[in-house]
Every structure is written in C-alpha cells, then in structure tokens.
Design a protein around this ligand. Sequence first.
Ligand SMILES: [Zn+2]
Ligand SMILES: [Zn+2]
Length: 185
Amino acid sequence: MPKGYKGFQRGHETFITVDGYKRIAQKLLGNQNALGFVPSIATRLKRSASMKGKNTWMRGRHPAPEAIRKSVEKRSGSGHWNWKGGISPLNYEIRQSKEYITWRHAVYRRDAWQCVVCGVKCGAHNIIAHHFLPFSECKQYRLDTRNGITLCRSCHYRLHHLMNKLLAVPEIRNLVLSYRNDSGA
Ligand SMILES: [Zn+2]
Ligand SMILES: [Zn+2]
C-alpha cells in the first residue's frame, strides 16, 4: 500500500482507516465465534460422536419440496424484509459503467493490486474494490477513490459479515448514514 495512505476518513480516524479495518480483520481471523470459522477435524469428530443417538430438532423432519418452495417464496423478493423494490438492475448498470470501471482500476492501482488486509497479490479473479461507505447508502461516494479499498475475495467476504454486525450497532449505523446524500445520483 502506498506510504501515507490512510483510507477514507473525515474526522473519524479510529473507525474508518485501513489500520482500523486491519485490526478488526485480524481479530476476526483468529476468532472462533466469527462466521466462517471451521473447527479442526478432530474437534468436529468429537462433536459428532457426542451427538450420536441424541434427538436433535431436525431428526426425522423432511419437509416436502412444496413446503420448502413456499417458505422460500415467503422470504424472497418482495417478501424479504430488506426488499427495496427491485433495484438490482440499476446497480448492475452502474457497476458496469465506464466511470465505475475507472474508479475500480484507480483503487487497484493505488493499492498495487494487493489485498490491504492480508497482503496477497490479487489476480483478476480474486480482487474486489470494496466501498468503506456502503455503495447503496452513500451514493455521492461511489466513485470517490478515497472510499475504495482493494481486497481479496475471502477478506472481502469476511469483512461484509463483520460490517453487517457493525451496522447493527446504532452508533455505527448513524455514522455511516450521516454520509448519505439522497439527492445524489
Ligand atoms: Zn485478503
Ligand atoms: Zn464490499
């Protein structure tokens, strides 16, 4: 990463900095409660053995395909709590636009095509330009290179799980939303 680059910040030094993200990500990687953590084979075998013969809630329950389909339908599309009225085609269009591709490459170039969390040199299929301030909420920062960070796919995946948890904290959610500009594109 270039010297002196501190990531996106505007008076929020501890939360939105590359070092802040790195610290959080490092904690997450060693955290057994984090999503995506896989225990060792020995541990899993032990757990499996201790469950043998016990009744678990799923034992003997095999919902009919029709019931599964119905329950999925209830929770997807307009039935989903976070449904925003079918905006994906628009987002897709923006992400394929010339300006967006230029932004992405500027971010990659600045970070020397390396994941800023784990330092791996990213190939074309293992690279993401992530937005500090969420793409969907903070429209005026979508094409601001200060709001972009280069990540490999697995660090990006972990980071989003973490962000989902962080955004559930009212102070952090409000901080992010304070950057929102609804009059933007
Ligand atoms: Zn990485
Ligand atoms: Zn992202």
